[in-house]
Design a protein around this ligand. Sequence first.
Ligand code: C2O
Length: 528
Amino acid sequence: PTTRYYHFELKIIKLSPDGFERPVWSVNGQYPGPLIQANKGDRLVINVTNNLGDPATIHWHGIFQRETNWYDGVPGQTQCPIPNRVSFTYNYTLDQSGTFWYHSHFLAQYVDGLLGVLIIHDKEDPYLNYYDEEYVITVSDWYHSPSAPLLVQRVAPYYTGFNPYPDAALISGIGQYNCSAATAGLHCNSNVSPPTYNVQKGKKYRFRIINTSAYATFTFSIDNHPLKVIEVEGTPVKDVSSSVVKVLPIHIAQRYSVILTADQPVANYYIRASIIDSCLAARTNNTINYNSSINFNATGILHYNGADSNKPTSTAYSFTFPPCQDLNSSTIQPYKYSPAPTNVTNYFVFNVTSILNDDGVTLLGINGSSFIPIFNNPANQRIMLKENYTDFEENQNAYGYDIPNEAIQITLLNNQSANHPFHLHGHNFWIVAQGPGSTMANISTSKYNLKNPVIRDTTLVPAFSHVVIRYIADNPGVWAFHCHIEWHVELGLVAQLIERPTEFSNQTLPDDVRALCVEYNNYYKKQK
Ligand code: C2O
């Protein structure tokens, strides 16, 4: 194993991902940020210098952070925010492999561009010999306005509308926008060339696909090329005929690896990433950021070596499945036999609820309570510094459990008309049930799939539906569990799972984590 050092400078630059120029919150001046690649067992040491003007943190989505919970990057839960002009070093080992990503967890900064991809290679990957080369593709919604003013509108008192609407769809940070819809005088280019991926006829390619959206579910496909799913969020997938798909639905923060066989006539083919309009809430002209001219379809090009440079003439696959649902175990059953744990000692039922607060703001939350972090709240900070977190009952949306290696079951009931892609930090989980209906009466324990359930770290809980997950409490720490629609995070749809506090308190908190809170408190006082 090696130690890999990175330096991230967080700074705001001007960029035009879809041709429309706007300020972008970048890592080292790039969007998406630098690709991090490592091998299983390596250590990552990432020094982050914040020059954004505002505080920030970086979360490593899907990384377990065993014994390094304080580097999980969640402000108000695991660390204080990194103030402007301050550096902080994340330092952790990788005991997993597969496709991950990183993003700011501070306000909606990742919607403004602060994100990148993290790949962990593994010489024991069962699919290593199934492909010749690999590519990484991010798919994302994109907004022409910075997130801050959109958020102000979203949390305005008595606002009853929907989430801000994206202006464009991007593939690997590149999109096409029709500038005639843009306000005159702004810098805009309607002719951004699509991202191109070269292949050699006869070879096989692994594509890693990551949905880094704030709000959008995507479908992903490559004309004339069915895709064989081999990995879901770090878990290899069983090689069966139904793991081959023509169109892949991918929700926010989810990742897949697929294999493409370049066996078609030498030519150019469209790569298509489309926002599924019907998975978003209704678009009306009082929706924030309403934009009648949005192009929901981003395209890229699969270019066979030797083909001309003309535009593809290929046609899209049609699909009939409901894309606002997750793939199930017939497509993405784990490669290794991994039955769900049955020694469950803690059963949580989380109802997704709306909460009207005293200021007239309709928040979202779990079981009637929202998590809105107050970064300078001494009570919160004592938890982050592990001084007082055994009092978890008293803390916002905290759910504790303290028996080593017990299995935890969470039943998510979504009685809302919105879909909620839920992500668990520090773990992956078995999905033992999912289906329509949002009451306990809709769930029959005799129908639980305990034998070959899907394992992942982010799952969609569709509107008026339920999902039941299980995971093992093998990682002491404070772990966020939240809807990954960024607008919903900011409305409080977040819980804190306080895992094995007794053991966690015995781990030694690094001095720099403590020092960061001192820096933050100084910064906070100066701001006031
Ligand atoms: Cu992708 Cu709480 O994060």
